[in-house]
Design a protein around this ligand. Sequence first.
Ligand code: NDP
Length: 289
Amino acid sequence: MELQRAETLGISQEDELNGWTDWRETPPAEFAVIGDPVAHSLSPRMHRAAIRSLGWTYHYRAIRVPESEFGLAIDWLTRLGFRGLNVTLPLKEQAFRWADTLDEPTHRLGVANTLCLLTGRGTNTDAPGFMDVLLGAGLGPGSSILLLGAGGTARALAKVLVEAGHQVSIWNRTASKALVLAASVGAVTVREATAAGFAAIVNATAAGLAGESPPIDWSGSSKGTVVIDAGYADEPTPFVREARQRGLMAIDGRPLLLAQGVRSFEWWHGIEAPRLAMSSAIGLMPCAG
Ligand code: NDP
């Protein structure tokens, strides 16, 4: 009965049945997203939709890889025949160090979110994907941006934003990490996250995974402030909810998921990604991606 319901919703039996597995227990497949946690990831749904729409028979899985087991897990997955991996938190810096070959922009970012196990190559599709999202949100050059977080994703976003000429202020729960990141990319830090004076506020923390929003003082935000959460969930994230309650236009991480996923797909396969199948699978209207 459950499967019938899933099919009615357009979700395949494989989507419904395959949640995630630990790396030691995964069945063989060709592609996967790895991270810890990984259960929240919509990458399997999106990439499986792409694979299906092309009539291919590849499998894409969600695999939990604890930070301390990264090297062992990659060796095992390579032996199992995996070809390509998307990498989510907290493994992006390790993915960068694992790769034998990186393109020049990724080399400058210091974090990788997409790997090719066949060649040892790595790339970062979050950073250019995020710039697509910013462009779609209508943010002009030289904008003042408050970036929340100092993990792997924040690192890539901070770097690409500064390189694009934006003025970036970084807040992080652990202030020392914000200082290190800001110094390495040419940004500044703030002790308190206050919306006033910023054209855009970007949440690149993992707070949403704990059902929380990073602490932010929304007073002083203006109607035009662009609010972007890298996180996503079936319901609006706490950060998006807070912003919308204050009348701000806020988007969750699905447009970023699509933008980086399209680039990963094209990097692995060398053909144009089936964008419509991918966006529909994660509940995005084509105009939102
Ligand atoms: P990391 O584990 O590298 O970094 C986590 C960051 O979140 C750190 O800055 C950490 O702060 C902060 N943090 C964790 N919990 C909390 C909390 N409860 N309150 C405030 N801050 C917190 O993760 P990533 O940088 O790789 O990912 C960050 C988020 O971005 C994740 O939710 C991920 O899913 C999302 N993401 C989404 C993408 C998409 O396609 N939509 C693409 C990339 C990322 P501290 O240093 O103090 O520990």
